[in-house]
Design a protein around this ligand. Sequence first.
Ligand SMILES: [Zn+2]
Length: 335
Amino acid sequence: MIIDSHQHFVRLAKHPDVEGFRKAQLEGKNPEALPNISDADVKKSLEQVVSLMETRAIDVAFASPRAKAMATHEGTVEQNAIWADLNNGLISRACKLTPGRFVPVGMLGQHPSCPSAQVAKQIERWTNEGFVAFNFDPDGTGGRWQNQPFTGKHNYPVFEAAQAQDVPLVLHGSESINKNFPHTAVQYLVADITGFVQLMMAKDLFKDFPRLRFLIPHAGGALPCQIGRWRAISKYNNWASPDEILGNGNVFVDTCVYNHMNMQMLFDAVPLDNILFGSECDGAFPGVINDETKDHYDNTRRYVDDSKLSAADKQRIYAANARRVYPRASRWIKS
Ligand SMILES: [Zn+2]
């Protein structure tokens, strides 16, 4: 069993009616009718990714809305609630139309002025619809980083809901309005790094929510190469150490790095029980070839397969950890 824990339905999000709806929203037209996407169009948008999963022998993927398009720093609180529900509805349909293949992960209608109790209600609603986790943007201001650290009490209703529903929060950045921070190359990684460090700094968070779990994508940003720096700073500042928040089972990372060397660094730096297989296939850089492997960069299975890990350790990363961290996923997985 191989589970890809990090996938976005980018092609579905790029459907002209979906993009047109958001554009109309942001122009203040607030269309009453949601886009009417046919089942055939939903299925067509998945063909490429299903084909790649078959080629790579990946059984199941946890799929969420396109991260860049979440962009809840734009729009109003009301518009973003509708936008999140629209995207989650499409994810839900796509998963149901391809049984056994995809597991739904949602987005949230975050907005700098949105009460987090409202976001918490969205977690409850979509968990009842079968969602197993939610993307949570630790910035939420489009690359301006103007909010208080996301770990603060202002977000406690969200954490209460996530812990009560037993769903992890995926700390995933979104669009950047700052042209110095291109979203895929920088802003997402800034979100990973900031998210990880804020979790080290949060003195009471895991005392208040001992079962709360965060998945930090892209190997935790700089975690594999800067874990020594963060160990030093945590001692100096009396923060929780990286080893503590990883060891307590509150923080996990995925394998979204794109060459052998960085994959090995990840395995050397982070406990294997904290690593979930992920690829982002085929959203981040579709079809781009790695000269080292002559294969797509995002075929991250290749880097795990070729590593020195034992077969048992690979299986933890490929499936066992994902099933443990996302317990609600079992109902979507056939075996
Ligand atoms: Zn992603």
